[in-house]
Design a binder for this molecule. Structure first.
Ligand code: BGC
Length: 376
């Protein structure tokens, strides 16, 4: 199909969504349940959002984690399609960022340092010699203040203090999850600061559209609206180049099974142990646009990812290794889930050519991502 035709069809669908999304408030329900307590005695609640189609998104205020996401298959059968732990204890003991809000900086910052206004800031090196996902105690481990919104959702707030994990500035963050009757899980992020800082927030859900724990994700067909990606070095830090996907196994401009080329003798795939790359979205960011579409052939489930971000990290669960027993006792083997983390590019604070991640006092960081579900 020509790109133009595809884009036109999507625009129509987007217009339809925009027309109906706001009308859903009355039908969606939010139920609050106690989920447990952290070691410091902070209480953690689960907010269960459900819509008129019985779709369900359960989110807790520890890490803002999407604990459960139930969507219908082509026969209307609901299944939980995100990986996660059985209970709060499981999450507290440690996990590879299942479902959480990642911050203050999603993905890697080279050598755990950056310079801003001539000052060097040092961050934890929690991934080899690099900094990953906000550090030792990133936003994924914070207890957020939750509040039900009028619009069928839950708003999470967190004040990240000046100097937390090495980052400058008090950063006031809000993340709102909304479930619509159009089967969209919408995530709106915003943040303000009192000192120049860097921000890059994302959600780290691991999806398996066949159902969580139901095998690997290699048969999922993926389309990415990205003609370029950011190649990485052996520490998974972007080299700075924006490389065309053409003629490489990273070309998902036409729907292709994730597993079709994952084993190819390709330098970038070897470095990532599979796909673990940031794709440069054709939209350029700054407006809500389709980033990805995934189709799972057995169940017919389809997920679209819409975002205002300029990039998306495709991570194919290469580091899952069967050592985690998750929800329902399911053991998560290698590539049992994939992530599509909408974001600014990794290591932007050290890469002046990349879209900036600097936030200044008086400015506002704003970002929206929509995961939209259907079945065919
Ligand atoms: C990173 C991976 C990392 C994973 C889990 C992804 O966002 O790109 O390299 O292993 O998160 O931590």
């Amino acid at each position: 199909m020509s790109f133009i035709r595809q884009a036109a069809a999507l625009t129509l669908w987007a217009a339809g969504c925009a027309g109906t999304g706001i009308m859903t408030e009355a039908k969606t329900i939010v139920k609050k349940q106690t989920f447990g307590q952290t070691a410091d005695g902070a209480s953690v609640d689960l907010y269960v959002l459900s819509n008129k189609n019985a779709m369900e998104a359960a989110i807790m205020n520890y890490g803002g984690i999407v604990v459960r996401l139930k969507t219908p298959d082509r026969n209307g059968k609901l299944e939980d399609i995100v990986l996660g732990m059985e209970n709060l204890d499981g999450y507290l003991k440690g996990h590879p960022y299942f479902g959480c809000i990642v911050g203050r900086y999603g993905n890697r910052i080279a050598k755990g340092r950056f310079v801003l206004n001539g000052v060097e800031y040092k961050l934890a090196k929690n991934n080899g010699e690099n900094h990953l996902h906000g550090g030792i105690r990133g936003f994924d481990k914070a207890v957020w203040t939750a509040r039900e919104t009028g619009a069928a959702g839950v708003e999470m707030s967190y004040l990240s203090k000046d100097g937390e994990e090495g980052y400058p500035g008090n950063l006031a963050v809000k993340v709102t999850y909304t479930l619509t009757d159009d089967n969209e899980l919408r995530i709106d992020y915003s943040a303000t600061t009192d000192k120049d800082t860097v921000v890059n927030l994302t959600n780290h859900s691991y999806f398996n559209l066949a159902g969580q724990g139901e095998g690997d994700i290699l048969a999922h067909e993926l389309m990415l609206n990205a003609d370029r990606f950011t190649p990485v070095d052996s520490g998974l830090i972007p080299t700075g180049e924006l490389r065309s996907v053409k003629g490489t196994p990273l070309d998902f401009t036409k729907p292709t099974a994730i597993g079709a080329r994952i084993g190819q003798d390709d330098e970038q795939l070897k470095l990532g142990g599979g796909y673990d790359h940031n794709f440069v979205l054709n939209s350029g960011g700054g407006r809500l646009a389709l980033a990805a579409r995934v189709h799972e052939p057995r169940t017919g489930r389809v997920m679209e990812v819409w975002t205002t971000e300029p990039g998306v990290q495709l991570y194919t669960g290469n580091f899952l290794d069967g050592t985690i027993r998750g929800k329902g006792g399911k053991v998560y083997q290698r590539r049992y889930g994939f992530c599509l983390e909408t974001q600014h590019f990794p290591d932007s604070p050290n890469q002046p050519e990349f879209p900036t991640t600097v936030l200044k006092p008086g400015g506002r960081y704003e970002s929206t991502t929509i995961f939209k579900f259907a079945a065919k």
